[in-house]
Design a protein around this ligand. Structure first.
Ligand SMILES: Nc1ncnc2c1ncn2[C@@H]1O[C@H](COP(=O)(O)OP(=O)(O)OP(=O)(O)O)[C@@H](O)[C@H]1O
Ligand SMILES: [Mg+2]
Length: 351
């Protein structure tokens, strides 16, 4: 499948998964891949610093107004963007990012509904805290309502949402349907209903789950996939298996034998260190293979495997490496990976 087709299967792609598995890094890599394919991308960060800007070499924290992370044909352009009403369609091949908080979304909502003069004062009086304790889930609806508005404004070919870690993501994504059941009418119900419409329409929104090729993250991602389909009704894209160690050939040969055939001599310490490193790596590769196979067996979704980048941190060079690996995985997907196939009825179907 070509990258453009893959990246435009849904307008919004929510990247979710267990804490620390690489959600933010994969958001950045997907954004890089999509922009390289000439698409316009808007990354949405939620509360808290997510680090997506670091991967693009953009040092500053992203705010509500947003910033350019990568302009078409040039990296590291720093530029603040104006308010939504003035925001033009993002140029093809570039990546912009915005950070959406419930407070900012509420101020904008109030301003859009003729309460601009009061909105700042209401916010400084801590009204959001009062409202959120009275209506659980309202913070999530405010943020997702804003995502929906951005999607409908058609500002970018792809809107990527860096979701919170799994437990919180499940609450975040199921708040709208919860509120829909609770609210009989009024603006909250309307907002919740529009968010549910977005989440349950596979052409508008999908979730890409990220995992590591390790036992606990694989267990969690299988469970999360079924819960997301059952509780949220959202469609799932391919599973991203992040930080896979690439296989190294020749590890089965001992350091002493390898040295002899190369005509070099090794002292004992070096030989032992090399043997220990090779044993570690072979064990890791076996475990990784087992977990990837198990995931494949338990979750009938295509997998995109991304390598571990051996670097102190992920900057633009490493990001390009990860984006290129993702692209290779996407290109190898059959076109038939497109239909939004539902998982088997229950997880019990898994042996
Ligand atoms: N493929 C990779 N190769 C090397 N390092 C990686 C890779 N993917 C992620 N990392 C590193 O792992 C750490 C966690 O990644 P990241 O912040 O993307 O995870 P996260 O799922 O967004 O975490 P959180 O749940 O805290 O938001 C970071 O230091 C990141 O640079
Ligand atoms: Mg993160």
């Amino acid at each position: 499948m070509d990258v453009s087709t893959f990246c435009t299967q849904s307008h919004v792609l929510i990247v979710a998964g267990k804490g620390g598995v690489g959600k933010t890094t994969m958001v950045a890599a997907i954004a890089r891949m999509a922009a390289d394919a000439g698409l316009s991308v808007l990354v949405i960060e939620l509360e808290g610093r997510s680090g997506v800007s670091d991967a693009f070499g953009h040092g500053d924290t992203i705010d509500y107004a947003g910033a350019v992370l990568s302009a078409a044909g040039a990296n590291e352009v720093e530029e603040d963007l104006g308010p939504e009403s003035e925001a033009p369609h993002i140029p093809p091949g570039s990546v912009q990012a915005r950070r959406i908080t419930p407070d900012d979304a509420l101020i904008e909502y109030l301003a859009d509904h003729g309460l601009r003069r009061f909105s700042k004062r209401l916010m400084s009086s801590g009204i959001i805290d009062i409202v959120s304790s009275a209506i659980p889930g309202i913070r999530d609806i405010l943020v997702l309502g804003k995502v929906k508005q951005i999607e409908q404004a058609g500002l970018a070919d792809l809107v990527l949402v860096d979701a919170p870690a799994t437990g919180h993501a499940m609450t975040f994504l199921s708040s709208a349907s919860g509120l829909l059941d609770a609210a009989r009418g009024g603006p909250v119900r309307t907002q919740a209903s529009e968010v549910v419409e977005l989440l349950t329409d596979p052409v508008r929104c999908q979730v890409a789950l990220v995992t590591l090729p390790e036992e606990m993250p694989v267990n969690e991602v299988v469970e999360a996939a079924y819960q997301l389909e059952d509780k949220v009704g959202v469609s799932l894209g391919p599973i991203i298996v992040n930080a896979c160690y690439p296989p190294i050939r020749g590890l089965e040969v001992s350091a002493a034998d390898a040295a002899e055939s190369a005509g070099v001599t090794l002292d004992d310490d070096l030989r032992e260190a090399l043997d220990a490193a090779s044993t570690f790596r072979r064990t890791r590769e076996v475990l990784q293979r087992e977990q990837i196979d198990r995931l494949d067996h338990e979750l009938p979704l295509p997998q995109l495997r991304v390598p571990f980048a051996f670097a102190a941190s992920i900057g633009p060079d490493e990001l390009q490496l990860l984006a290129d690996a993702l692209k290779a995985g996407v290109t190898a997907l059959p076109d038939t990976a497109l239909p939004h196939t539902a998982l088997p009825d229950t997880q019990a179907a898994v042996p």
